[in-house]
Design a protein around this ligand. Structure first.
Ligand SMILES: Nc1ncnc2c1ncn2[C@@H]1O[C@H](COP(=O)(O)OP(=O)(O)OP(=O)(O)O)[C@@H](O)[C@H]1O
Length: 136
């Protein structure tokens, strides 16, 4: 069994403890990137949305907030999946409910982000087309 590392919060060297906490958070991010295809797709879409916001002169702040909500929910979903797999290796209706509800949180956030994103980007796209005389 893997050795449980000394807790960073109990490290008497404050700065070293904080840096170790960041290190563990980075390991969590790397785990999500490696193991979750959906997380990787969402990161690519986030990069695309930010690039589009830059090209279309759309305020990046609401775009960043939408990205923040979807990615953090996906990370929490990944964490919950790991806990469920650890605590319920066999099939159990409550394990299913936990995983499905957690996945539903990501789905709801993604759909709402899509609607808000359309509200942000479509007028900017229409404006660009109007500028180039493609639409009256
Ligand atoms: N221990 C379990 N007991 C009952 N049903 C489960 C259990 N584990 C998974 N499931 C069901 O299988 C589905 C798929 O589970 P899985 O662990 O593959 O995660 P996932 O939803 O595919 O997530 P991801 O693709 O993001 O890793 C769950 O949403 C749930 O409905």
């Amino acid at each position: 069994m893997a050795r449980i590392p000394e807790r960073p919060a109990q490290d008497p060297r404050a700065l070293k403890g904080v840096l170790r906490s960041f290190g563990f958070a980075w390991q969590g991010l790397a785990y999500a990137w490696r193991s979750q295809r959906n997380f990787r797709i969402e990161v690519y879409l986030a990069a695309l949305a930010l690039a589009l916001a830059w090209v279309l002169d759309v305020d990046p702040v609401p775009v960043l907030l939408l990205i923040l909500v979807v990615l953090t929910l996906e990370l929490m979903n990944t964490a919950l999946e790991a806990v469920v797999d650890l605590t319920s290796p066999g099939q159990h209706p409550l394990a299913k409910a936990a995983k499905d509800t957690s996945a539903a949180a990501v789905l709801v956030a993604s759909l709402i982000a899509l609607v808000i994103g359309a509200g942000l980007f479509l007028p900017a796209i229409a404006e660009k087309l109007r500028t180039y005389g493609k639409i009256p």
